[in-house]
Design a protein around this ligand. Structure first.
Ligand SMILES: [Zn+2]
Length: 97
């Protein structure tokens, strides 16, 4: 018994149940990233910050995270307003690919 630790996604009309510590379900979270306000510049800022939160070994973490990011976005089909080619070119450049 007890209160279930789930609630509905915050997107109006979405009836996906999610854990209470999340605001949106995975699909809606991705959609929001692809909508207005998250374009190429925001993606670049995200890349700028990648790995910078660990001051002890930022370079090592950054390379590892960039590689993970790169492998992930290679299969990304929905770029929304993001210029995917530009983002990939930048990551390839940084990784020396
Ligand atoms: Zn949702």
């Amino acid at each position: 018994m007890g209160v279930p630790l789930t609630k509905y996604c915050s997107t109006p009309g979405c009836t996906t149940k999610i854990r209470v510590n999340y605001k949106y379900c995975k699909v809606c979270a991705d959609d929001r990233r692809n909508q207005k306000g998250w374009g190429t510049e925001a993606e670049m800022r995200f890349l700028d910050g990648l790995g910078t939160w660990n001051p002890e070994r930022p370079a090592m973490d950054r390379t590892r995270l960039l590689k993970g990011y790169y492998e992930g976005v290679m299969n990304r089909k929905r770029w929304g307003q993001i210029d995917g080619q530009k983002v990939l070119d930048r990551v390839r450049g940084e990784l020396g690919l």
